[in-house]
Design a protein around this ligand. Structure first.
Ligand code: THG
Length: 262
């Protein structure tokens, strides 16, 4: 499982404040804490309150690159903000994200190619969030065919079914899980899959439990990657144990290593 740490997001009060005050140390502390907890990459999102994302995104990229070579996942729906981050990037980049709209795909896919970046495609379009599995698959296929047409390698594409909070869209979650499995058979070679895990538990009062139960199930449906809080120890234990049960990792190396630390 490729783990993308979600915590450098202006939506969190401490990070929003650090971005506003250009407090480098707070951002770097958050980056290191996630890496020490097992993050393979870090999501970078200026947050909805950022008044100058074109300045804040490259600033965050530079500040995080000072302390790590890990890939950075540039999280914005605006291509200008993504491009500002790409210009500052030395580390490997994952563009987060592109929707299934041709005018977005026409801009973002060439950018990803130009900068050698990987790409997250979200199954959303101008028509809104899909209401069932078939709509998710249709949008996923639109994204995959745009990549094929533009000669962007599908192995470098992650498809995200868009996870909705269980308290507002309970009936959708099973479809979301099945989408993960079916995205893999859209093309050969397969696209990868990812999702924003914490979305599922928003508004619930048992967030940790909902997150780790959903992650465990998504892993069983073949999930390759997730944007999550790697400092949640119980979540990381559930993740490692799910992979053990699916024989995804050699038992001794990762499982025992994780437990010897206790
Ligand atoms: N798909 C993709 N990218 C994404 C998402 C996705 N990026 C953003 C988001 N969704 C994933 N990251 C988060 C980060 C935080 C939360 C949820 C998803 C979260 N935050 C607390 C909340 O809103 O309750 C904030 C708590 C606080 O303020 O301290 O839940 O789906 N591709």
């Amino acid at each position: 499982m490729f783990i993308i740490g979600e915590l450098i997001n202006g939506m969190y009060a401490n990070i929003g404040k650090a971005i506003k005050e250009k407090d480098k140390a707070e951002i770097q502390k958050c980056a290191l804490r996630q890496i020490e907890s097992g993050a393979d990459a870090l999501d970078i999102n200026c947050g909805p309150a950022s008044k100058q994302p074109l300045v804040d995104m490259p600033w965050l990229v530079e500040v995080v690159q000072e302390i790590t070579d890990k890939p950075l996942c540039l999280d914005s729906s605006r291509h200008q903000v993504i491009e500002a981050g790409l210009k500052a990037a030395r580390n490997k980049i994952i563009i987060n994200s592109v929707s299934a709209d041709s005018e977005k795909l026409d801009i973002i896919i060439p950018l990803a190619k130009q900068y050698g970046a990987q790409l997250i495609g979200i199954t959303i379009s101008k028509k809104g969030i899909p209401q069932n599995k078939d709509q998710r698959l249709e949008l996923a296929a639109t994204i995959v065919s745009a990549c094929v047409d533009k000669e962007f390698p599908v192995e470098n594409l992650y498809l995200d079914p868009i996870v909705l909070p269980v308290n507002v869209a309970q009936a959708q979650l099973k479809d979301i899980l099945e989408s993960i499995r079916e995205f893999k058979i859209i093309s050969e070679p397969s696209p990868k899959t990812t999702l924003g895990l914490s979305n599922v538990s928003q508004g619930t009062n048992t967030r940790g439990l909902v997150n780790r139960t959903f992650l465990t199930m998504a892993i069983a449906y073949g999930l390759d990657s997730a944007i999550l809080d790697p400092t949640d120890e119980e979540l990381m234990e559930a993740l490692i144990t799910s992979e053990l049960i699916l024989n995804k990792n050699i038992y001794c190396s990762s499982y025992l290593e994780a437990y010897r630390k206790k």
